[in-house]
Each structure stands twice: as C-alpha cells, then as structure tokens.
Design a protein around this ligand. Structure first.
Ligand code: ZN
Length: 185
C-alpha cells in the first residue's frame, strides 16, 4: 500500500472529509513523504505529495507540506522504528478526544493492538507544543487521541498505520455504544 492508496481507503472509510487529515511515511533516514496542505486524502495524486527532510525543508514537490508536519517529524525523530503516521478527524474518536476521555479496549484486537488509547493535551494545531504532546503521549502506544482535535496512529508501514486508524474509530464507536447501553440498563 502506498500513500495514495492509504488516503483513498481512509477517505472511503469515513475517517476524514474534505481536506482534513494528513498522512506520511518515511522514505529513508533523512526523508519523509507527506501529503501537502489542503489536499483531500480521497483523491490524492503524485503532485499532492511532498518530500521533506527531517528538518521540514521541502526537497521535492511544489506544494506546501501539511500544517501538521511538525507532529509527523517529531514522531519519526523520537521513534526510529516508526515508518508511517496517519492523522484523522474520525468522528467517534474525535468526540472522545473532544472530551479528553481515553478509549477503553473493547475486544481482543483493540486490547492487543491499541490497549487503552490515551489523550494528548490540547495545543493549537500545527504547533510544536502539540507535536511534543502527541509524541510524548504516544510513547509505547500505537495511537493517541488529540484533545479537541482528532487522532494519530503510527506503524511500521502505511498499511499498518491506516489499519490502526480504522481500529481506533471502531473502538471509539464500541465505547460509545457500550456507554449508551449501560446507561439504559
Ligand atoms: Zn487535524
């Protein structure tokens, strides 16, 4: 799976709408391929992808990189084995993120792959503070909620990060249903 295929799947699964969300993968130790600002993940073309170096300087491509580039770079710098980052505003998970309420693991898959999904404290989008908060919170986890914002999932390749982003949303949905049903019993 490449970034274009991953973006299409993320969009088709309803994890993003319009130009929200951004994804990236590590090409080698010094270079990251990331979606450009303002692009729709559902119909990416090669020109919507930008190669940046680890300092965030564009080395290939004509568009500006995603406004959340700092967060992607911070994660790659901190965790050498991570090769892909997916950021979405998927609705159920974003609702929990809005409330700064962590997700409980609800089935063997979410228990094994996610554990409890913690919340990174709110900082304005695109800032280094947000990048630091997400990077710190995701330590030893595969995904985090970003307070009042969305989610981040990471992986050893883009297929894995994309699957985890799907799993976070499903886990949030089940958390919600469990709370609703429990509240009514
Ligand atoms: Zn966002």
């Amino acid at each position: 799976m490449n970034l274009i295929e991953a973006g299409k799947r993320i969009y088709e699964k309803g994890l993003v709408v319009g130009a929200s969300g951004n994804i990236s993968c590590k090409l080698d130790e010094g270079r990251i391929l990331i979606t450009a600002a303002g692009t729709c993940l559902g119909n990416l073309i090669d020109g919507d992808l930008v190669v940046v170096n680890i300092k965030g300087k564009v080395v290939k491509g004509h568009k500006n990189p995603s406004s959340e580039m700092r967060m992607h770079l911070k994660i790659y710098k901190a965790y050498r084995n991570i090769k892909a980052v997916v950021h979405t505003h998927s609705p159920y998970a974003s609702a929990y993120a809005y409330l700064a309420k962590e997700l409980k693991s609800v089935n063997p898959e979410s228990e094994m792959l996610l554990g409890e999904v913690p919340v990174a404290s709110y900082f304005p989008h695109g800032t280094m503070k947000l990048a630091e908060a997400v990077c710190e919170t995701i330590k030893e986890r595969n995904a985090v909620l970003m307070e009042k914002h969305g989610i981040v999932a990471i992986g050893k390749n883009i297929a894995q990060a994309e699957e985890l982003a799907e799993l976070v949303e499903e886990t949030a949905k089940i958390n919600y249903l469990v709370e609703m049903l429990a509240g009514k019993s």
